[in-house]
Design a protein around this ligand. Sequence first.
Ligand code: ADP
Length: 921
Amino acid sequence: MTSQGIVGEFLSLKSETDADILTMQCGDFYEFFADDAELVGEELDLKVSQKSSHGSSYPMAGVPLDDLTPYLKALVERGYRVAVADQFEDGSGGHYREVTRVVTPGTLLETTDADARYIASVVAGEAGPEEGVGLAFADVTTGQFFVTEAADADAAHSELYRFAPVEILPGPTVRSDDEFLRRLREETDASLSLFEAESFAPGRAKHAVREQFGRETLESVGLESELAVRAAGGVLRYVAETGAGVLQSMTRLQTYETRDHLELDATTQRNLELTETMHGEHSGTLVDAIDHTVTSPGGRLLREWVTRPRRDRAELGRRLDCVETLATEALARERVRDALDGAYDLERLAARAASGSAGASDLLAARDTLAVLPELAEAIEGSRLADSPLAEVVARPDREAAVDVRSELDAALSEDPPKTVTQGGLFERGYDDELDELIDRHESAKEWIDGLAEREKRRHGLSHVTVDRNKTDGYYIQVGKSVADRVPEHYREIKTLKNSKRFVTEELEEKERTILRLEETRGDLEYDLFCELRERVAARAELLQDVGRALAEVDALVSLAVHAAGNDWTRPTLEPSGPIRIDAGRHPVVERTTEFVPNDLRMGGAATAASPERASGRADEERDFLIVTGPNMSGKSTYMRQVALIVLLAQVGSFVPASAAEIGIVDGIYTRVGALDELAQGRSTFMVEMQELSNILHSATEDSLVILDEVGRGTATYDGISIAWAATEYLHNEVRAKTLFATHYHELTSLADHLERVANVHVAAEERDGDVTFLRTVEDGPTDRSYGIHVAELAGVPEPVVGRADDVLAKLREEKAIEAKGGDGRGDAVQAVFDLSSGQFAATNGDRETHAPSERGSGGGPASGAEESNAAAAEHGERTMDPEMEQILDELESTDVNQRSPLELMQRVQEWQERLGGDAR
Ligand code: ADP
């Protein structure tokens, strides 16, 4: 075919696929042409040459057949969809080419990265995502397949965030929902792929699911949600259509209810830095801190546990029993860990067997990993672990079937197989009679060759004879130059070298043909045998996945135990609901790098242990809403996060960083913390803050844990306090969720007097000789002051400013109410006062005894007490003092009356009055 023809064929194949890049097999190479060649040249540093023909010239880049995988992987990881066209013989000496697969992020099998690679499909009905969203998550590299229906858009986003898919298929309705798509883009790194809408149609989708998992699947797994079925069907059809041949690895459909898991919205998952820090890093996350797994499936499972904590007390009890025994039985634990060390990623190996891409070394890795199971069983049986549910985990897979597969692989494959599966040399002797015979014949032919040099020397009295083989000459007899003219007549010269000559004989050529024939037949036979073997292994994919899953579970449990034992963590007591009591709790991540000061928590339920202090006057059972105050940087956020993480860890089935913990299982954790990164995304922080608050007020229940780190800070003081106040009342009276609320509005601490179950706690600081020490201890009662000025000093704010701020603060302390400037800011301002006893605002024209109607900004009146109001606002950081006035105050303060004459003093006072705009009489 001419190059014009090849390029033409390339371009025509390209136009038939929706892939971004096409690569086409041309003999021993995969080639990229035209724009695609330039693109891969740039992306992958591939050399681009020019293919010229018929006066036209085309960019061309290529990679050898066996080297395509890393290039494919790199392109897909950069977000491209790559189509691969293979070359086939057409039976009459010619060939044709056809696209055999399209590789996308979610269908890339050749991944080396240990993380799960989910492809998610998202389907909403006509009414939109608010009425329910069907979700299917498939990891073709491991065969995991989860299906559920989320109640609304928020719930769907939470699930999508948990699974962190690499590719998303938005189904009908969802794909035209701009807001839903915007959030998808914002909350995941997944690439969005549009796939034909019909594949998500109820009938076709149902058919796809039944075809994949069996007719009775939907009934047997109780999958009733049509949206979920549509999502599942859509993803199956998509995977089938990309032609990666990976459908077989999906052996089991797992349904789940979102309510089986702890509700964790995307914001909370991010705020708690479970798998990714606010800055997008792995280091510093909860998973990073606690992960001691020795296998990648174990690491994957641990991550899954952390992002999907449970609510089922029985299951958590089982995990905790395992962790407890493993934590105390150090010797057995190490033996288990040693055994696990020999395990490969069996789920991935199963998927590769199922897709037909596994090589001999993959099957050997599967064999060796299957051998880990009995080793584990042995380590467990000989110890106290035998009485723990860990023994059940290991007993779950069909151990006999596993032994069968292992023995079959053991008997079949040679220990050191070649890389390619078409060359021969894969199998052990004794595996197949026909193969053995071929090998025998091959070996005897080779023996004949091996002895040839000696025989020729003897027969013809020659010295310096060797027999060898190379690609161009085939087998040859090489004779030293000095004796080359003495070779017998039937020697035919084929090459002259510097010091020798090469010959062949008819006999040698005949043997060569035999050997080549035998090698080819052997290669073909071994390839067939290998495919059969691989198919038999593929047929046991489900078994391999079971074993892989069991090993991963043991690994994850051992990891939890290792961390518990090494860090003095303790087993939490879980109750179906009710109080949360933590003695000497620590932050699981911060404690790793800091000398951590432990703290207690008492919330809700009946009091079984005395709380140390009752400054708030509340009995334990009455407090389930804690207002946390304390200086900036004292540890409020850390304390609240530590509580959230301890509850979460308990519901992962882990020990927790505390000396004792009693956890009433919660149905969800909701957080709202100041999120700096939102600003960067161009969304007003206050809007985001309110959206988050709104979500919490809508979604949290009596059994939820709510963490609020400042609410209302993004707006003016009055707005802020009002919102915080009202939200507190609502959470307390209506939602009744267990809540920790850190606030800098000291006014809120008086809520403890109004609302039954609200109590104050504060993070203590100690002041001595003007220095503040953060004690990091959480004590009952509100804090009495803000230490912001001290932090300013620590931050290096110049001394005059710090000193001045101290003065202003002292002045403000004398005021009992907070004030702010209302009105239009042009002078005719209104003073409004927050009345602590009524929890309402009152407007006043400076006389704090006269309460005006409670609407803000109403009424008028001259601006009086302006300096107080400005100074008051200064503490809240929203308004700064008029610079002129500040200047005058400074001058006033620095005027030393003893150093000035009375006249001079009078003049100064007059000048100040003028500058203040007053009458200078
Ligand atoms: P806040 O929310 O009050 O501004 P943070 O919770 O951000 O304060 O804590 C400020 C600093 O104090 C952080 O660096 C944190 O690591 C440290 N810290 C907080 N609590 C403790 C503690 N209990 N023990 C030791 N260090 C702590």
